[in-house]
Design a binder for this molecule. Structure first.
Ligand SMILES: *[C@@H]1O[C@H](CO)[C@@H](O)[C@H](O)[C@H]1NC(C)=O
Ligand SMILES: *[C@@H]1O[C@H](CO)[C@@H](O)[C@H](O)[C@H]1NC(C)=O
Ligand SMILES: *[C@@H]1O[C@H](CO)[C@@H](O)[C@H](O)[C@H]1NC(C)=O
Ligand SMILES: *[C@@H]1O[C@H](CO)[C@@H](O)[C@H](O)[C@H]1NC(C)=O
Ligand SMILES: *[C@@H]1O[C@H](CO)[C@@H](O)[C@H](O)[C@H]1NC(C)=O
Ligand SMILES: *[C@@H]1O[C@H](CO)[C@@H](O)[C@H](O)[C@H]1NC(C)=O
Length: 517
């Protein structure tokens, strides 16, 4: 009851103060408490798509056992039929259905999952002949209620594929209902993105044109020109901007948001122990401020052992603790009140340099300290592969939310402004847009702002097309509040995603049909 009352107060405050106000970022700790879990599952989305007997209304027709286990039909007290995979000895022992996938189509997947004890990750896995298994998505399933597993796959092949379910804990039964696999062409997906963009990002403007005396004009030609975008869409920058007026002009006329690629990192600011040097970072901050460009602070500390300043690598724990505390205090107080975000402990899902040496609460403590020094600024986690790839369980949305829980439930961190940073470094191949959408859907249940913080796509023939698809997918999602690309001019070393050539002319990218742009 108390929780409900607090939730209601929060809703009212949000209405009065606008969704940007800090109270609306309040975070309810505990993954389980936030994610939807139902007594009875919903019906299969899109009628199940190409899945046969998706709701098990015809018993187990169309479904087979995969691996060593067994399956059986069950009926709930309300008469709902579902299927149970049990007697499992391998993580992939489950139920399976063979479907036909067609090259070039996006397949959106969903199913309702329950297990018979505790809570466990359950994944949907696509088994394609002569290919590695492809993870389509994961859910933290629970005993006692149904959770929605969603995700998808892009088919860059035409083949049959087996839909399987995976749980590493073989002692649990996997209960499945309302399975859906719905194909979309890229054109259909794009139309859907456009519809979401219309809904989420556009609003109606009403004009009233009158004479000076207040009488309405009968007919008037009104022309409107958008001069500025409300949505924070920015670009990384580096030290080359200090000495290049071309780079400065190019940047300032396009972007109002930025992140410095390396110049605010510890190894840049304190290359030798005790010799801090903020000359470059300060100069870039001044350039940004002169041009009304907001800055994300990147980063206070970085949990990857590789990227510590050389002198940090061999410190004893005591020395490291002192040095790291000094670093946090130094950089955060220097720029306190001047930034819109801090990446606090960069990549602390993949890595644990500070945790390994200083104890498992290291990240939580630095979040706390940074927020004390800069309480108006949103403190972000920042991680790669969460939205780019489905295979890396260490950084999937379940792991991400677990880390958030851990940091934000640490004593003193309740109610701090926190954000979800997804880097977005995409490799070769068609991005898995259906999976990307499911990641954003899951993370949006936290209520925290989500930013794409370092978007780029490696050089490849379809680079421009893939970058556009990625940007549209992210932009059309309601929970995304900003996007920064790590891209820029060739002369500044942006050789993965190059936006302009050495003459600051738009980089020419091959398109289909012989066009260039
Ligand atoms: C369950 O597994 C055991 C051991 O593998 C096996 O002997 C038994 O037949 C299985 N039961 C069913 C119903 O498949
Ligand atoms: C208001 O101004 C317009 C344009 O000068 C004129 O045509 C119109 O009659 C005026 N209306 C009134 C109520 O004075
Ligand atoms: C600080 O860095 C700047 C830019 O790299 C350099 O010119 C300057 O000499 C450095 N200052 C010190 C005291 O090392
Ligand atoms: C750190 O220690 C390693 C091995 O213990 C040594 O090879 C390296 O030179 C040391 N680095 C520094 C900067 O002292
Ligand atoms: C399909 O995509 C995967 C991952 O991007 C890649 O490894 C594989 O080679 C591709 N296959 C084909 C037939 O293009
Ligand atoms: C991009 O530039 C960096 C630094 O100049 C270099 O190390 C890297 O190899 C380049 N990458 C490519 C793909 O050319």
């Amino acid at each position: 009851m108390k929780i409900l009352a607090e939730a209601l107060i929060l809703v009212f405050l949000c209405i009065f103060l606008g969704s940007e106000h800090r109270i609306c970022h309040a975070f309810s700790s505990n993954y389980n408490a936030r994610t939807k879990c139902l007594i009875e599952p919903e019906a299969a989305q899109d009628g199940g798509g190409i899945t046969a007997n998706p709701d098990f209304t015809h018993g187990m027709d169309g479904w087979t056992v995969y691996g060593q286990g067994a399956m059986k039909e069950e009926i709930s007290r309300n008469g709902n039929r579902f299927i149970v995979a049990y007697n499992r000895t391998q993580s992939l022992d489950s139920i399976s259905q063979k479907v036909q996938l067609r090259r070039g189509l996006i397949y959106s997947f969903s199913a309702w999952i329950q297990i018979n004890k505790g809570s466990e990750r359950v994944a949907v896995v696509f088994k394609i002949p002569r290919t590695e298994l492809i993870i389509g998505g994961r859910v933290l399933a629970r005993k006692g209620c149904w959770s929605l597993l969603k995700g998808g796959i892009f088919a860059n092949f035409t083949s049959h594929a087996g839909i399987l379910f995976e749980s590493k804990n073989t002692a649990t039964e996997i209960w499945v209902d309302s399975v859906s696999l719905q194909p979309f062409t890229l054109e259909q997906w794009r139309a859907q993105q456009d519809k979401k963009i219309d809904k989420e990002r556009k609003s109606k403007v009403r004009f009233k044109v009158t004479y000076g005396n207040g009488t309405a004009m009968d007919s008037a030609a009104v022309s409107i020109k958008q001069t500025r975008s409300e949505f924070p869409f920015g670009c990384g920058m580096n030290f080359h901007i200090i000495d290049s007026t071309d780079y400065q002009n190019w940047f300032a006329s396009r972007f109002k948001y930025t992140t410095f690629t390396n110049q605010m990192k510890w190894y840049s600011n304190e290359p030798e122990q005790g010799q801090e040097n903020y000359t470059v970072a300060d100069t870039m901050v001044k350039f940004a401020q002169r041009n009304g460009i907001s800055i994300r602070g990147h980063n206070i500390l970085w949990d990857d052992p590789k990227y510590q300043p050389e002198w940090v690598k061999n410190l004893t724990s005591d020395e490291l603790r002192k040095a790291a505390e000094k670093r946090v205090d130094s950089v955060v107080s220097r720029y306190s009140g001047q930034l819109i975000a801090w990446d606090v402990i960069n990549e602390n899902l993949h890595f644990s340099f500070f945790e390994d040496k200083l104890g498992k609460e290291a990240s939580s403590k630095y979040f706390k300290r940074a927020y004390e020094l800069d309480p108006g600024t949103t403190m972000f986690l920042n991680e790669f592969s969460t939205i780019e790839y489905s295979n890396d369980e260490d950084v999937d949305p379940i792991s991400y939310m677990k880390k958030l829980d851990e940091i934000l439930s640490y004593h003193g961190n309740q109610g701090i402004l926190a954000g979800i940073g997804l880097e977005g470094h995409f490799g070769v191949g068609q991005p898995n847009l259906a999976y990307m959408r499911s990641v954003l859907d899951i993370l949006s249940s936290t209520g925290l702002p989500i930013w794409l913080t370092e978007v780029d796509v490696v050089k490849e023939p379809n680079q421009a097309e893939y970058l556009e698809q990625i940007l549209r997918e992210v932009y059309c999602h309601h929970a995304v509040q900003g996007i920064i690309m790590f891209a820029g001019p060739a002369t500044a070393g942006f050789n993965a995603t190059t936006l302009v050539d050495k003459d600051f002319k738009n980089h020419r990218i091959r398109r289909c049909c012989g066009q260039t742009d």
